[in-house]
Ligand binder design. Structure first.
Ligand code: HEM
Ligand SMILES: *[C@@H]1O[C@H](CO)[C@@H](O)[C@H](O)[C@H]1NC(C)=O
Ligand SMILES: *[C@@H]1O[C@H](CO)[C@@H](O)[C@H](O)[C@H]1NC(C)=O
Ligand SMILES: *[C@@H]1O[C@H](CO)[C@@H](O)[C@H](O)[C@H]1NC(C)=O
Length: 319
């Protein structure tokens, strides 16, 4: 351990910068669990839907097959519409039984209307094929709209426990209540999926609160690892070891910091992967890629160090 050898600072600085980039690149702009309703409605589950910045809050009572929902989305233009639908027989738009919300341009109040979307060219305002009640809508302060409704889920769908859901946002509504079509591209063609009703009953499902907890754990583990221990270990190697009397204690402190930083970093990375796998369709690519690069880099660094310790030749030029 020659005090004159160059300290391992460049890689430490790199790791810190990558970590800061991770904190800045969003892991999620908004989660449904932070959304509150003016009437204090409470739903046992919520989902950040993977496209169109839309959110579904829901509770399902299987003993009377009643689904209670709150759907939140922002129209593609102000004065536009948002829609959430169940497609009883297929996936996608055609065949969907839709709840559409928009702000009535005359009265200024948000309203819910039901549409039978039997095909891509037949979008007719009419009652749905199942019972819907307590339909209301509200305009929210951030420009989004919310649709509330209770739905009697048809027996066959209730039995399967999964329903096909479809959602959409559009630019405007004619004075006659005719919807002006949405964009036929990008995420507007992806906004469909299945909704697992059974998860609506279990409090342990990955609804909003549970997911938020996992996100916090992921954040804390990574902050402690990359944000505190790694830089601390690097600083020990650089500054403390210049004192003759600190030899070899600085080294053990340094090694302890780096090894525990790495171990906690592995856990933080693991929770990140788990979060990613639990949100199919939602990928925060920048964040994910930086995370992977950071982890690979730290792994290489740790293995080089181990190799360096057990190797008679000083590959890294320090220790
Ligand atoms: C004026 C009303 C509407 C018109 C004219 C319309 C027309 C269309 C057309 C032509 C497509 C196919 C585009 C393509 O594949 O290139 C499409 C797709 C889609 N529409 Fe609509 N739409 C309307 C309203 C709605 C509503 C109210 C919903 C929500 C319930 C919705 C949800 C969807 C979804 C999710 C897709 C993509 C998946 C699929 O192709 O089925 N649309 N729409
Ligand atoms: C579900 O519905 C049944 C029948 O209406 C009712 O007795 C029960 O309390 C409901 N359960 C919940 C959790 O609301
Ligand atoms: C089922 O039960 C819930 C909760 O008790 C109630 O709000 C809902 O109206 C009931 N559904 C039907 C179809 O009676
Ligand atoms: C707006 O509200 C008025 C009064 O309730 C109603 O007559 C009209 O049809 C509504 N317009 C639309 C576009 O739904």
């Amino acid at each position: 351990m020659t005090p004159s050898s160059p300290p391992p600072l460049p890689s430490a600085v790199f790791i810190c910068i990558s970590f800061l980039a991770l904190v800045i690149s969003p892991s999620a702009a908004l989660t449904c669990s932070s959304q509150k309703f003016t009437e204090n409605q409470v739903y046992s589950n919520c989902l950040d839907l993977p496209y169109l910045s839309s959110y579904l809050h829901f509770s399902y009572n299987s003993s009377n097959t009643t689904l209670s929902i709150a759907f939140i989305a922002t129209p593609s233009k102000s004065g536009g519409w948002i829609a959430w639908a169940i497609n009883p027989k297929a996936t996608g738009m055609a065949g969907s039984q839709s709840l559409v919300g928009y702000k009535n341009s005359t009265t200024g109040s948000a309203q819910v209307h039901t549409f039978d979307v039997s095909s891509y060219s037949s979008i007719v305002a009419k009652d749905l094929s199942f019972e819907v009640w307590d339909k209301t809508a509200e305009s929210r302060s951030d420009g989004s709209l919310a649709i509330f409704a209770k739905i009697k889920v048809p027996a066959d769908l209730a039995a399967s426990g999964k329903i096909n859901q479809v959602w959409q946002v559009g630019p405007s509504v004619g004075t006659d209540g005719r919807l002006v079509p949405h964009v036929y591209a990008g995420n507007n063609l992806q906004s469909k999926g299945t909704l697992d009703l059974k998860s609506g009953q279990s409090s342990t499902s990955s609804g909003g609160d549970d997911r938020l907890k996992k996100k916090n754990i992921h954040g804390i583990l990574n902050a402690v690892s990359w944000g505190i221990l790694f830089p601390l270990g690097a600083m020990i190697a650089r500054y403390i070891r210049t004192f003759e009397s600190a030899d070899p204690a600085w080294f053990y402190l340094h090694a302890f910091c780096q090894v525990s930083a790495y171990a906690i970093g592995v856990a933080g990375w693991g929770t990140g992967l788990k979060l990613g796998s639990e949100s199919p369709g939602i990928t925060y690519s920048t964040h994910r890629n930086i995370g992977i690069a950071l982890f690979v880099l730290a792994t290489v660094q740790v293995f080089l160090q181990l190799l360096n310790l057990s190797c008679p030749f000083n590959i890294l030029g320090h220790s």
